[in-house]
Unconditional design. Structure first.
Length: 126
């Protein structure tokens, strides 16, 4: 079986994904994690795309499967990874003085480490 983000390779796999999507355990997990039930639109469209591809192959036609949405999502991703300095400047631009500078952060970490070491009495930092 392929990854859940990849289009299913066979009609059986597409049907299994749709069946799993309608499973109460999956739906309750989705409700708990996301706060809404899954309408299973992606699994349903994957099943119909697989059926259409199989029908086209049987009839000798070529069908291009629509993967543009998944490919775009995989390339861009939800989160942007930034260098710490750039992330700090962007966060300070958004939130002003509520975001400490890198120097303030490193000083706070050092102070916490010293306080922890002195509270244990052995001088260890771990």
């Amino acid at each position: 079986m392929t990854r859940a983000t990849d289009p299913p390779a066979t009609v059986a796999e597409a049907f299994a994904r749709l069946w799993t999507c309608y499973d109460p355990t999956f739906q309750l997990t989705r409700w708990y994690r996301v706060g809404e039930l899954d309408a299973c639109e992606r699994a349903r469209s994957d099943l119909w795309a697989c059926v259409a591809a199989k029908r086209a192959a049987r009839e000798g036609r070529a069908v291009a499967r629509d993967r543009s949405d998944r490919e775009r999502d995989a390339k861009t991703g939800y989160w942007r990874a930034l260098a710490p300095a750039r992330a700090g400047t962007e966060w300070r631009a958004l939130f002003g003085g509520n975001v400490p500078s890198e120097k303030e952060t490193s000083d706070a970490i050092e102070a916490w480490t010293r306080a922890r070491a002195s509270s244990t009495g052995d001088g260890a930092t771990g």
